[in-house]
Design a protein around this ligand. Sequence first.
Ligand code: SF4
Length: 390
Amino acid sequence: MDTALNEGFRKTGTPNISESPLHARRQSRRIMVGPVPVGGGAPISVQSMTNTRTADVGATLQQIAELTAAGCDIVRVAVPKQEDADALAAIVRQSPIPVIADIHFQSKYVFEAIDAGCAAVRVNPGNIRKFDEVGPQICQAATDAGISLRIGVNAGSLDKDLYAKYGGPTPEALVASAMKEARMFEDVGFHDFKISVKHHDPVTMVETYRLLASKGDWPLHLGVTEAGPSWQGTIKSCIAFGALLAEGIGDTIRVSLSAPPVEEVKVGCKILEYLGLRERHFDIISCPSCGRAQVDVIALANAVTDGLKEVTAPIRVAVMGCIVNGPGEAREADLGVASGNGKGQIFIKGKVVETVPEDQIVETLLRYANDIAAHMDQQGSPVVVPITQA
Ligand code: SF4
């Protein structure tokens, strides 16, 4: 390998991150979702939910495999029908990550999910029939199986009495609902649960989780519900998760998008990476371009991003539109290009190593990037945050 490539690349991020560089994590108690710890200072896990018919075991497992490859730590599957409950055992047996059953309305599916070996069950007390009666039985069954639960309160299914009392799904109403259920669980001696209090509006969501976080040490599952298509949903999630995680609030996250679930995982992982809460993978730094740009920066940045989408090493690649500011502005990058006069100056850690015609920029950059990534992988750079049992 070229000498420039052998100088030792800075590792971006640190492995096994459990502490935020922005704020001390909120002290929460720890529960387990299968082998994945949630709360108690554990690395923040990323969740998603399959959108296949759960009864279609093959399709569901295929999607779980894609989510796992994208960095998903925990997956949830919907159980709206008996045939879905019947499929759970096979899915659990073959899933590489813990499976949570998502149950609304019918408590009998909760017991069937526990029997099927699910790592946890999400219940929405607001729409489980006679929850006050079956809640203690659910806690007992979870205790016997050694699994955890999630109390998932949603603005859309808030208890009617609380809705009337607070005049809508306000932060106070959502927190009152969550605390009522939490108390019911704790009164029967069950403590292995996390709570979510989701709302579609990021500001209300942040206020709700802040209020809930001040009331107890439950691990918190963050989510902006019904966040919308990719573009809007990603922005809402970044705002809400960013605000809370920057304050140390949140133990596991699920980005909700009207998009393929794998997109949710990618967004969730990147939110954690950019907050310094998960080791960085490949990252691109590209300038916005301006009147000095001598190349189509947007096309170049997209081509490089696309060409390196399979790279998992934590390499930073810069694409800059001119040689006036380019190399200086991108000094922190492992590799970069600054363009001018129909040519591209390729630089490694700020030093120019080659100048190539414009039509060879992408292929040259990709060749160097793959060499550096391979070098990083050989050095044993951990690229996935290992999640270990407490
Ligand atoms: S690197 Fe050059 S082209 Fe890009 S924004 Fe800066 S000055 Fe403009």
